[in-house]
Design a protein around this ligand. Structure first.
Ligand code: PLP
Length: 641
């Protein structure tokens, strides 16, 4: 062990390094002198608010954990940064077109998000992307700015098309993007019937494919978009109908969370050739929609790992503009209005999931008895011998022996050759050996591969009051890594290694992979929890995709949500409070009727009275509990006497 380091006092700098908050926090999240996580959402970086203070304010108002905090000012800042970066790249390269962003509603459909984005986005004519009828209806309700674009992706039926055509008539810049060739016939038919000319776009199926989790949406085999031959057929059809002037937009989407800028550049080159081809074919064009994909640096590594990105926003914008200009200049084509459909990068930073730890469990390494019982079987004595003989020179050998004896002990227990107590004794000695090994490797210059992660084998389980399935579906479904850390006590050294188990009691309901500069670590450093003091953790950057993808596994519903607006003077207001689902709410989502249930349970209780199992007074108490339970929060509620 590095003695010097262990003697030094732990500071907030150490915590900042450990949890890499500066790297992934994008200037929005940091640590105060006191050791609290603070949020700095405004341009004035001297204004910050403390998460533990916000938590105590909210808890005092009667809300329980888990809780989702949303910072509206962060949305404002993200949209502003996106537009300012494009503005400066446009000015730097003397690009003659404009930039207009659209927010893809599917990334976070919450009304508050759409309301805030359309309100803040007005200044930059930031529009919306709708992928379904419901999203189009939401977009038409909130998008008042007629200079902003409204891009309709997804498959469109007659109702969708009629609504979009009337939106065009009302002055909305509402583009139908053709996702498949058959859509055009219906659009032309409805356009003729209603006498409204559509604004059309085509989604092109790129052959370029990128690395990352969500890249199936790009490449030849992607299920969306038109092939090059289908694009040509579309042109022919439009020519025939005398409506080639309606075709004004080319769209492609390489996939979400594209970590490598080289993939982004390669895709633009291919798409630019198609754009030029469409202009040469006589289409009106003018809009070039580069889709989503702008990644979020979740692990702060600034690399092309899946959870990161190897470029800055400025580089992204500059590369796009430069690549478009370079290729279109070959054709002498006017610079189009560039649209991007950045969802993840717009909303990820805006929400923080907070929860408390309600229990912990650790592996017992302290209770190997001094003296073993007289009749201790030889296999266990052998295991003890491994422990006694362990030293820095034989760590690997002891590890191998310990594993061998542990497996033998398990086998002997299975066939009845060892008692339960004997097996428990064997387990205790085994874990004592693992603990000694994890101490031993700290003195090694070169750690054998098998022993590299030995510390994490001993890690504690921290039971956390939230549901992975409800609040972090991507963590469960695709192993996506989000930054997780305590939101207080950061001036104290976190001594424990832990994984997090959620309250669903499902073996997948856990977080056991965490961000790390080198890719990923199997345990998170946490503090020992203190009696009578809550320990709060935050999962950060959860604003994109997590809120509405979550499901009702174990009937744990939506969490409480509180939105915060930070003022220039450092004060903040709770601008919106949305109570999470009650038990009755989540039951009704899966077709139970809480009223019927109460009636049914009352009958069961009455039967118990008749059978003298409970008294009538007890029936009243049980019914009160039952009804209170229905009204309550489905998550772990603190005991209030
Ligand atoms: N546009 C389309 C067509 C999409 O399918 C998606 C999501 O995958 C997006 C935009 C948003 O992408 P991102 O969140 O990476 O910005």
């Amino acid at each position: 062990m590095n003695l010097k380091h262990s003697m030094e006092r732990w500071t907030i700098e150490d915590s900042a390094d450990l949890y890499q908050i500066r790297e992934w926090g994008a200037g929005y999240f940091g640590i105060s002198e006191k050791g609290d996580v603070v949020v700095t959402p405004l341009r004035d970086k001297s204004v910050s608010v403390s998460l533990p203070e916000i938590i105590s304010g909210i808890v005092a108002r009667g809300y329980d954990m888990p809780m989702l905090l949303r910072f509206e000012d962060i949305l404002d800042s993200q949209i502003t940064q996106l537009h300012e970066s494009f503005r400066s790249a446009i000015a730097r390269f003397d690009y003659k077109g404009q930039y207009k962003g659209v927010y893809p509603i599917k990334v976070n459909q919450q009304k508050q998000v759409i309301e805030t984005i359309t309100r803040i986005g007005k200044f930059y004519h930031h529009g919306l992307e709708a992928g379904s009828k419901a999203e189009l209806i939401a977009a038409l309700t909130f998008l008042e700015d007629k200079e902003a674009c409204l891009v309709c992706n997804g498959y469109k039926d007659r109702e969708f098309i009629d609504l979009g055509l009337f939106a065009c008539k009302m002055g909305f810049k509402c583009f139908f993007v053709l996702e498949m060739p058959g859509e055009l016939d219906l659009i032309l038919e409805r356009s003729k019937a209603l006498g409204i000319k559509p604004l059309l776009g085509v989604r092109f199926k790129l052959s370029t494919q990128a690395g990352g989790h969500w890249t199936e949406s790009g490449g030849d085999r992607s299920i969306f978009g038109l092939t090059i031959s289908q694009v040509i057929e579309t042109i022919e059809k439009l020519k025939e109908a005398g409506m080639l002037d309606c075709l004004q937009l080319l769209h492609y989407h390489l996939g979400s969370q594209i970590p490598n800028i080289r993939d982004i550049r390669a895709s633009i080159q291919e798409a630019c050739r198609v754009y030029a081809g469409l202009v040469l074919e006589g289409a009106a064009m003018g809009y070039f929609d580069l889709g989503g994909g702008l990644a979020v640096d979740y692990d702060g590594s600034h690399t092309n790992y899946m959870n990161s990105r190897n470029y800055t926003l400025d580089e992204y914008c500059a590369d796009m503009i430069e690549a478009i200009m370079e290729i279109l200049s070959e054709y002498n084509i006017a610079h189009p209005t560039i649209i991007t459909e950045s969802g993840r990068a717009t909303v990820a930073y805006y929400s923080v999931l907070l929860f408390n730890i309600f229990d912990t469990s650790s592996i017992d390494t302290d209770s190997v008895p001094e003296e073993l019982p007289e009749n201790t079987p030889e296999i266990i004595l052998n295991m003890l011998e491994v422990l006694k003989s362990l030293n820095v020179r034989n760590l690997q050998e002891c590890y191998n022996d310990a594993l061998y004896y542990r497996d033998e002990i398990r086998q002997m227990f299975k066939i009845g050759d060892l008692t339960m107590r004997q097996r428990a004794l064997g387990d205790k000695i085994f874990w004592k050996i693992i603990q000694a090994l994890s101490e031993g490797v700290k003195d090694l210059k070169f750690v054998p591969k098998d022993l590299m992660d030995i510390e994490t084998a001993l890690c504690d389980t921290y039971y956390a009051n939230f549901s992975v399935f409800q609040s972090l579906p991507d963590s469960w479904a695709i192993g996506h890594l989000f930054p997780v850390m305590p939101v207080h006590r950061l001036a104290e050294k976190p001594e424990r290694n832990a994984i997090l188990a959620d309250i669903t009691c499902d073996c997948d309901g856990k977080i056991d992979r965490f961000i790390d500069k080198q890719g990923m670590r199997r345990a998170l450093k946490l503090h020992t929890i203190r009696e009578d003091e809550e320990y709060y953790l935050g999962v950060f950057l959860v604003g994109a995709y997590q809120e509405t993808l979550g499901d009702l596994h174990n009937l744990l519903g939506d969490t409480n949500v509180v939105s915060i607006r930070v003022h220039e003077d450092g004060n903040y207001s709770f601008v919106r409070e949305i109570e999470g689902d009650s038990v009755a709410d989540v039951l009704s989502y899966v077709e139970y009727d809480p009223k019927d249930m109460t009636k049914q349970f009352r009958a069961t209780a009455e039967q118990a009275v008749r059978e003298n199992l409970i008294t009538p007074r007890e029936r009243r108490e049980i019914m009160n509990m039952y009804e209170e339970g229905l009204r309550g929060y489905p998550y772990f509620e603190p005991y209030r006497s």
